[in-house]
Design a protein around this ligand. Structure first.
Ligand code: FAD
Ligand code: 2HG
Ligand code: ZN
Length: 528
């Protein structure tokens, strides 16, 4: 029986009789895949029911000269999607406001197509009439891209939720864009596979929305970005043209790879209607450890050690600071299984051979403790405990939304500089913020810097911006690692992209959507 010292205890690896609150538990765990219910993240998690001011008022935006919806338009929509034209103000309310409750439009109509043909007819009509449109999936986006700024027509993928095919030899899943990520994961799990992406919003976000934002999430370290795992997609362009690139081939170098244009385009180039995606095999041995570190330098050293000693079985390396832990404890009543630490690291391993993973994990944990890089830790033993550990990381966003108004920054930075920005921001804002927290996908070099305050304040915003963007550009980072630009960040694109790149984006946009009806005011600055 292997054993090791951890938090001063010598604990055999397969032995874990202690209650969850005890810090040292070394056991190989059941996979965490599966069982999770399709909870509505939107309903469960959004922090406050208070409506934000209208976007046009808070941000002083001018409406572009699109047509306004008339009774005749509503009649035409009824012909195209009978019984699926929503105009009731109460029903529209949650679709007009983002999950964070920071931006609000005033669309008067939401359309719910069920098929690609219906989307095509709707967009052709809107384009001819010069009516602006906002595609909407689960409305969990973080940058204000999923809700209208003015009265754009909402086109929801909620009723496009059918799996089209699944190849249980290759793992290629083809489905409509409105399938909820968590439902898809449950579906493919039944066949021995998992989805290549996972995020805290899985209970609400749609796979089409995931592609449209090129969502990263918790499995990117292992399975890579959607740009690699998406095999094909189908989209409808502004004029109603159906672009069928729904291939399930691993290799296809015939011409330009058009799907890549749509991935991460945030509804500005077309509406994604179907997706073909490669699912990895469900790993049969999954372990999750939560470790405490005294400093961020140690977090980095543990990461290097992890990569050396865990190699191919490392599937997530996430970090959170002590302020994040305080947030989930205070607002969500989650319990910290460790003694207080300045930093916490959540490590997941996934492999196909439990004994092999066990051996590797033993070596790693032993070294991490002996070297003093880690001060405390716990290894989850079963599905419930694995979920409890993940909750401490996954639910930070939700906890923050209970803390007040949240200023969010989602940055890619060289890992050795990553936490310096949090420390500098803390000093800079002083007492004008409630909290400044840092967490994220450290294994991917992705920092989530969040600042909470009593309410939205232009003064605090001016303290934060352009400081955060300048700092990021100076360190050769990206101002949008995984959430996109949406409404809130589009005018900051120049911090991360050259003028030549932005101009080419504008020309592509103009070519695909000459009237600019697709999600206006978002992602790239308009040409004028
Ligand atoms: P929406 O929010 O509805 O839309 C997002 C954007 O995509 C909008 O611009 C919209 O117009 C466009 N869009 C939506 N559907 C389509 C379509 N079919 N065709 C064209 N355009 C479309 N993101 C990460 O990257 N990593 C994370 O770890 C992560 N965790 C999160 C955790 C929580 C609790 C929350 C609330 C959000 C999180 N996000 C994360 C944000 C993330 O972008 C989304 O959750 C998700 O990818 C958006 O999907 P959605 O269906 O909700 O899209
Ligand atoms: C996460 O990694 C999400 O939890 C959300 O990307 C990050 O709320 C945030 O800033
Ligand atoms: Zn993230």
């Amino acid at each position: 029986m292997l054993g090791m010292t951890f938090a001063g205890l010598r604990v055999p690896l397969r032995w874990c009789p202690r209650p969850w609150a005890v810090t040292s538990m070394f056991c190989m765990a059941e996979p965490r895949w599966g069982k999770a219910s399709v909870s509505s993240t939107w309903r469960l998690l959004s922090g406050t029911s208070i409506e934000p001011p209208l976007t046009r008022e808070r941000y002083g935006v001018s409406r572009l000269p699109f047509s306004r919806v008339t009774a005749q338009d509503l009649h035409a929509f009824q012909q195209l999607v009978p019984g699926r034209v929503v105009t009731d103000e109460e029903q529209l309310r949650s679709h007009n406001t983002d999950w964070l409750r920071t931006v609000r439009g005033h669309s008067e109509v939401l359309l719910k197509p069920e098929s690609t043909a219906e989307v095509s007819q709707l967009l052709r009509y809107c384009n001819e009439r010069n009516l602006a449109v906002t595609p909407q999936g689960g409305n969990t986006g973080m940058v204000g891209g999923s809700v209208p700024v003015f009265d754009e027509i909402l086109i929801s993928t909620a009723l496009m939720d059918q799996v089209i095919s699944f190849d249980n030899v290759s793992g290629a899943l083809v489905c409509q864009a409105g399938c909820i990520l968590e439902s898809l994961n449950q579906y493919v799990e039944g066949q021995g596979y998992i989805m290549p992406l996972d995020l805290g919003a899985k209970g609400s976000c749609h796979i089409g929305g995931n592609l449209a934002t090129n969502a990263g999430g918790l499995r990117l370290l292992r399975y890579g970005s959607l740009r690699g795992t998406v095999l094909g997609l189908e989209a409808v362009l502004a004029d109603g043209t159906i672009l069928n690139c729904l291939s399930s081939l691993r290799k296809d170098n015939t011409g330009y790879d058009l799907k890549q244009l749509l991935i991460g385009s945030e509804g500005t180039l077309g509406l994604i209607t179907a997706v073909s995606i490669l699912c990895p095999r469900r790993p049969c041995a999954v372990n999750v450890a939560l470790l405490g570190c005294k400093s961020f330098t140690r977090v980095l050293e543990v990461f290097a050690m992890c990569r050396d000693l865990l190699g191919e079985i490392l599937s997530a390396y996430e970090f959170l600071d002590t302020e994040c832990m305080r947030m989930v404890q205070t607002h969500l009543k989650l319990s910290n299984p460790l003694t207080d630490s300045a930093f916490y690291v959540l490590i997941e391993t996934s492999g196909s051979c439990a004994s092999h993973d066990e051996e590797k994990l033993n070596t790693f944990l032993e070294r991490a403790l002996d070297s003093g890089l880690v001060t405390a830790g716990t290894l989850a033993t079963d599905q419930g405990k694995i979920k409890a550990l993940w909750a401490l990381r996954e639910r930070i966003t939700e906890a923050l939304s209970h803390d007040g108004y949240v200023y969010k920054y989602d940055l890619s930075l060289p890992v050795n500089k990553l936490y310096d920005l949090v420390a500098e921001t803390r000093v800079r804002v002083g007492t004008s913020a409630r909290s400044v927290v840092g967490y994220g996908h450290l294994g991917d070099g992705n920092l989530h810097l969040n600042v909470t305050a009593d309410s939205h304040s232009d003064t605090l915003l001016a303290v934060l911006e352009p400081f955060v963007y300048d700092w990021t550009a100076r360190h050769c980072g990206s101002i949008s690692a995984e959430h996109g630009l949406g409404f809130k960040k589009r005018d900051h694109i120049h911090y991360s992209k050259s003028s030549a790149a932005v101009q080419l984006m504008q020309r592509l946009k103009h070519m695909l959507d000459p009237k600019g009806i697709m999600n206006p005011y978002k992602t790239i600055p308009s040409i004028d």
